[in-house]
Design a protein around this ligand. Structure first.
Ligand SMILES: Cc1cc2nc3c(=O)[nH]c(=O)nc-3n(C[C@H](O)[C@H](O)[C@H](O)COP(=O)(O)O)c2cc1C
Length: 322
């Protein structure tokens, strides 16, 4: 029988297992990305976590010291009053010889052109078939489709992965990576069954030994269930799925009352979220987490987690085909 874990994605990226760690602001630095890559998956460094393009160059060099295996860099295009110097981050990624990029957020037309001209493989992450098609049209090599279950930005369509993944796989010529709500081998097997060529995960990799967030946050996720997230910023069409806590509830209530962003800015401030990761005080601000929280009940090293997920998926596929 052919190896079901060898897919268009493992071939495209030159990795052993079809398991990707999605870019995560503040969390996805070189040690986590390298640990995932060393485990045979694809680790991804978050570009904008680095304060400057030069700091990103150093972070990429740090990952190279930790692994000889392929890893990627995530570049997220979000609305901002003062946007980061995107062109300089693109240049830092290209000059550093990174071979794989995950883009996310607004349609990255110019960045994709620059990456493709430099021979970089681009995976665009999005939350609708419509956006996936338009990413394919600008030349990306693969698309990660993030279902409504996901941590971070699920978009405004509220379509879960069970529908979105096969709908994208049917509509696209490029390989599709399933993302959102996946935390174990059952999710990997299901993703392959739905027509995806691999999976990407955020929350699951947040809760690993190599993730830099405070242990108390990891334990809170282990203790949490699939109902312990909530959506904020809906009214501003910038929906985010975050852990359900007093700050998220307050922000959601204020906005539901018709408030402007300026009235919740102090609640959703990045600095407060960062303090959650650093201090472990899960009520200090809003912090990103997905519904897969309900499936996570340990804090493994990536070197244990990735093979375990693959073995579990293989077990599921064997059971189903017996
Ligand atoms: C703490 C955290 C930070 C994230 N930051 C980013 C980001 O900066 N850019 C991005 O494209 N996705 C970001 N994501 C989303 C993940 O890459 C991934 O798409 C998502 O977590 C998938 O859903 P899951 O958590 O259910 O696996 C973040 C996720 C988490 C948990």
């Amino acid at each position: 029988m052919m190896n079901p874990m060898r897919t268009a994605i493992t071939d495209l990226l030159g990795i052993e297992h079809p398991v990707i760690q999605g870019g995560m602001q503040w969390v996805a630095t070189a040690p986590l990305a390298a640990a995932v890559s060393e485990a045979g998956g694809l680790g991804i460094i978050s570009a904008l976590t680095q304060p400057t393009p030069d700091a990103l160059r150093e972070e990429i060099a740090r990952a190279r010291e930790l692994t000889d295996r392929p890893f990627g860099v995530n570049l997220t295009f979000l609305p901002a009053i003062t946007p980061p110097p995107y062109e300089q981050y693109v240049a830092a990624i290209i000059d550093s010889g990174v071979r794989i990029v995950e883009t996310a957020g607004a349609k990255p037309t110019e960045a994709v052109a620059a990456f493709k001209a430099a021979g970089v493989t681009v995976i665009h992450k999005c939350t609708s078939v419509r956006h996936a098609r338009s990413a394919e049209a600008i030349g990306v090599d693969a698309v990660t489709i993030d279902g409504f279950e996901c941590a971070g930005h699920p978009g405004e369509d509220d379509v879960g992965g069970l529908v979105l993944v096969p709908a994208a796989a049917r509509a696209l010529g490029v390989p599709v990576i399933a993302c959102g709500g996946i935390a174990d081998g059952r999710g990997l097997a299901a993703a392959l069954a739905l027509g995806a060529e691999g999976i990407a995960m955020g929350t699951r990799f947040l809760v690993t030994a190599e993730s830099r967030v405070h242990d108390d946050v990891k334990h809170a996720i282990v203790a949490g269930s699939e109902t312990d997230t909530r959506l904020v910023l809906r009214e501003l069409r910038n929906t985010s799925r975050v852990a359900d806590n007093s700050v998220a509830r307050e922000a959601a209530e204020v906005l539901a009352g018709g408030a402007e962003f300026s009235e919740v800015a102090h609640l959703v401030a990045g600095a407060r979220g960062r303090s959650v990761w650093e201090t472990g005080d899960t009520e200090a601000g809003i912090w990103t987490a997905g519904q897969s929280m309900g499936l996570i009940d340990d804090i493994p090293a990536c070197g244990e987690l990735v093979p375990r997920i693959v073995a579990e998926a293989e077990g599921v596929l064997t059971r189903l085909t017996r």
